[in-house]
Design a protein around this ligand. Structure first.
Ligand SMILES: *Cc1c(COP(=O)(O)O)cnc(C)c1O
Length: 394
């Protein structure tokens, strides 16, 4: 069965037609190395700087504050390791949260092995970080606060501007992993007082393996990769011009269409969420009901295994996720669902459907028709469910 309905856009998105069209020339006729001086190289250099301008504009930054990387993971690693090292003389404490992507969490764990102290803030039942908790966690030796803009599993959007204000007030740098947010929700690094911000191409219709980091002017970040003088020596290596052009194009399109896309997606998302909650007993929505990404639906079904559900959905041509794509294959329940207080069994029975611009109302209707009987079928096979129903009758 091939995939007919793709609802795993938080894992990755297809490259948009307009993006593909924009990048193709940079693989063939415009292949110059942007660091060289002949004409064909100048075309690459021009494309590089145009893309930088587009990315900067989308988040309210200056072009010289944008550095291209190989993706969200690299940007996250660079933010944490680069700031920890550059500011080691000032302090050795970092504040982050329990619900970050592994690109942040595993980097923080690595830093802990190298003398950095890390505070992992809890979140409430909706997955929100409380700004007061951030403020309370600040110590004289705190050098960085890293709180994700929007969560990739449950879609919750954090109070970023409030956290930015606190960081600023205490003279602490503020990084946000905005991989799920860029091109999906409005961002302004000035208004929100963000000092570093991670971007990834493949979550917004650009190719995989391209990303960027915004670093506020004057912020010191020790590079991860040394070599040539590209990206003002902040990130060596011949620039991935096709990827960079694709990222610029995707961000530009997403910005221009954001209002319209958001309105459409929120209505599809809510139809999906409330349709499922209504049709399936013992189900609950994960994440914040309003402060959530326009395309994110994450629901837990008691008494079933998310993995079995995914297989049955796949058999119908529906691509979904039971948590984070990066942790599929592992038996541990999602750290995000644990952090919002779900019991193990409930966390295991969770389904993430993430919509994007290519999804349609017909697809939502198809899922609303097919999903409830599948959940019931799985429950009918579940000893846990049988036991629970017996107890209810008593
Ligand atoms: C996908 C993702 C990343 C990693 O980005 P890559 O480009 O795949 O390395 C980091 N953080 C979040 C929140 C993500 O969703």
């Amino acid at each position: 069965m091939s995939t007919k309905i793709y609802m795993d856009n938080a894992a990755t998105t297809p490259v948009r037609d307009e993006v593909l069209e924009a990048v193709l020339p940079y693989f063939k006729e415009k292949y110059g190395n942007a660091s060289s001086i002949y004409s064909i190289a100048k075309e690459s250099k021009k494309a590089l700087e145009e893309a930088r301008g587009k990315v900067a504009k989308a988040i309210g930054a200056k072009p010289e504050e944008i550095y291209f990387t190989a993706g969200g993971s690299e940007s996250d690693n660079l933010a944490l390791r680069g700031v920890a090292e550059a500011y080691a003389h000032k302090g050795n404490h970092i504040i982050t949260t329990k619900i970050e992507h592994h690109a942040i969490l595993h980097t923080a764990e690595y830093l802990e092995k190298h003398g950095v102290e890390v505070t992992y803030l809890p979140v409430d039942e909706y997955g929100c970080v409380c700004p007061t908790d951030v403020e309370k966690a600040i110590r004289p030796e705190t050098v960085l606060i890293s709180v994700m803009f929007a969560n990739n599993e449950i879609g919750t959007i954090q109070p970023i501007a409030e956290i930015g204000e606190i960081a600023k007030k205490h003279g602490v740098l503020f990084h946000t992993d905005a991989v799920q947010a860029v091109g999906h929700v409005p961002i302004d690094v000035e208004k929100m007082q963000i000092d570093l911000l991670s971007i990834s191409g493949h979550k917004l219709g650009a190719p995989k393996g391209i990303g960027a980091i915004y670093i506020r002017k004057g912020t010191k970040v020790t590079p991860l990769i040394f070599g040539g003088a590209q990206e003002k020596k902040q990130r060596a290596g011949t620039e991935n011009i096709p990827g960079i052009v694709g990222l610029g194009k995707a961000v530009e399109l997403a910005e221009a269409e954001m209002e319209e896309t958001t309105e459409r997606l929120v209505s599809l998302r809510d139809k999906l969420i409330y349709g499922i909650l209504e049709a399936v007993p013992y189900s609950r929505l994960n994440g914040h009901p309003q402060d959530r990404l326009p395309g994110n639906c994450n629901i837990s079904f008691s008494y079933i295994e998310g993995e079995s559900l995914l297989l049955l959905l796949d058999a119908l041509g529906i691509a979904a996720s039971s948590g984070s794509a990066c942790t599929s294959g592992s038996l541990d329940p999602s750290h995000v669902l644990m952090a919002i207080g779900l019991p193990h069994e409930t966390a295991h029975g969770s389904l993430r459907l993430t919509l994007d611009r290519q999804n349609t109302e017909e697809e939502v209707d198809f899922i609303l028709e097919k999903l409830p009987p599948i959940v019931q079928r799985l429950r009918d096979m579940s000893p846990l469910y049988e036991e629970a129903m017996k107890q209810q009758k008593q």
